[in-house]
Design a binder for this molecule. Structure first.
Ligand code: URP
Ligand code: ZN
Ligand code: ZN
Length: 458
């Protein structure tokens, strides 16, 4: 039985038209106006609504052993939260620690997701150590369809790689045609500054940002870009948070380095005042790179509008209040991370498109199409075209609401964007032609999601 989504305003990264979309066998089989309705067709009336390609979150943590605990999430819960918010595919960071075997870790992550996700997904494979086994293991992982790597320049002795390991990883990535994503902060400086601040009795959450100042991120970004340049690799800076790091990345781009830039939801909407709140309220807002001085926010928005910042992820990484309190005596022990998978689309639509002058096509590009192109999902994902997966978001621009932990689907006990107004919400969300969410409610099939295997792309 087919499905017809009728009479909506179809908005992609490139175009806008009123029309109908016909879906058969999980894919889009026709786009046009006044399409015939064969008997037995399920019809969804999209009159007065926008239709976007399913959104893609390129930076998500679900299973994550980190900072003496585990991120508080499951693939079942995170995928349902993603879907009600319009995200139909996420790319999870597969992050075994430096002590773990990479291939074993990869299988652990895959097993956690398999059969449990309600939306489609892929992985970035973190390289947290480079030894004699690494090349063979990474080749096997790439053959399995995981064709993007992740390195951390920070989190020394846990996820972090040194410069030699970064060089080896990038060289191999260039050889395999795989893009390498990177968390860019200077690990040594962070460690030294943390010790210095603690020794001065500066233990509260408000000292997290001073322990990882903007210059520390700019240095990491410059160094990553230099290594990308010297190895002929393709790089992708994750969660870029501030003007000096942006300048460093853009400086590399203009000299021809194959470097791409992602920023994430918290850095567009929250500033360091949130992390300076007393007690656990401040701890809830600890992530790395940290929330920054508010003068950075318009810089990031402008860079997004002009396309210098190419993608917007969430860096979804929930820890509950009890976990955050692990850092009650020292900010260095506060688990780093802020959840956001449920709210990225609505918040970026509201504060970008509706209120901030962000072009609607750039919005679609940054939250879906560009990630699909960079990470080998396009044109299966990231657009509305005949032959593409029928991952669609019928979007109700008339909806008005307020974000709250009390009404969220996510299982964490707080929401990083509590109290933010939203002007728009998905009305119907399909994954490969199956309705998975309606008006904020998950109505679909748990476990429908599949791992999307990708080809090398660069
Ligand atoms: O604070 C953050 N960003 N937590 C998740 C791990 C990472 O660095 O992406
Ligand atoms: Zn990171
Ligand atoms: Zn992350």
């Amino acid at each position: 039985m087919g499905m017809l989504i009728k009479g909506g305003e179809i908005v992609t990264a490139e175009s806008r038209m009123r029309g109908d979309i016909f879906i058969e066998d999980e894919t889009i089989s026709a786009i046009g106006t006044g399409l015939a309705i064969p008997p037995g067709t399920e019809v969804i009336d999209a009159t007065g609504k926008l239709i976007f390609p399913g959104f893609i979150d390129p930076h998500v943590h679900i299973h994550l052993p980190f900072m003496a605990t585990f991120a508080k999430d499951t693939h079942a819960a995170a995928s349902k939260a993603a879907l009600v918010g319009g995200t139909t595919t996420f790319i999870e960071m597969c992050c075994p620690s430096r002590k773990d075997d990479a291939l074993e870790g990869y299988h652990v992550w895959k097993q956690k997701a398999e059969g449990n996700s309600a939306c489609d997904y892929a992985f970035h494979m973190a390289v947290t150590r480079y030894d004699a086994q690494t090349e063979a293991q990474l080749k096997e992982i790439v053959r399995d369809g995981t064709t993007s790597f992740k390195i951390f320049l920070s989190y020394k002795n846990f996820f972090g790689v040194d410069d030699e390991e970064m060089f080896q990883t990038l060289k191999l990535a260039a050889k395999l045609g795989v893009i390498t994503t990177a968390h860019c902060e200077n690990a040594e400086l962070v460690g030294q500054l943390q010790q210095q601040l603690l020794a001065e009795g500066k233990t509260g959450a408000e000292w997290h940002e001073p322990s990882r100042p903007e210059a520390v991120e700019a240095e990491g970004t410059t160094r990553f870009a230099t290594f990308v340049e010297q190895t002929g690799a393709t790089g992708y800076v994750v969660h870029l948070s501030c003007a000096p790091a942006l300048r460093a990345a853009v400086e590399a781009k203009v000299r021809g380095v194959n470097l791409h830039i992602e920023s994430v939801l918290p850095h567009f909407l929250l500033d360091k005042n949130y992390a300076e709140r007393a007690g656990v309220e401040g701890m809830k807002n600890i992530m790395s790179p940290p929330l920054r001085d508010k003068r950075n926010l318009p810089v990031l928005w402008n860079a997004l509008k002009t396309g210098l910042i190419e993608t917007v992820g969430t860096d979804h990484c929930p820890f509950d209040k009890e976990q955050k309190l692990l850092g009650a005596k020292a900010f260095t022990q506060i688990p780093n991370g802020i959840p956001g998978i449920e709210d990225r689309v609505n918040l970026m639509y509201t504060y970008g498109v509706k209120r901030g002058g962000l072009d609607i096509h750039r919005f679609v590009d940054a939250l879906s199409t560009r990630a699909a192109r960079l990470f080998g999902l396009y044109p299966r994902k990231g657009t509305i075209a005949v032959g593409s997966d029928a991952d669609l978001v019928v979007y109700d621009t008339k909806y008005r609401g307020t974000i709250s932990a009390a009404t969220q689907l996510g299982i964490n006990d707080y929401n990083g964007f509590e109290g933010f107004a939203i002007e728009g919400r998905p009305s119907v969300v399909t994954v490969r032609g199956k309705v998975q969410a309606r008006d904020g409610v998950f109505v679909g099939e748990q476990g429908l999601g599949r791992m999307i295997r990708r080809e090398p792309q660069v």
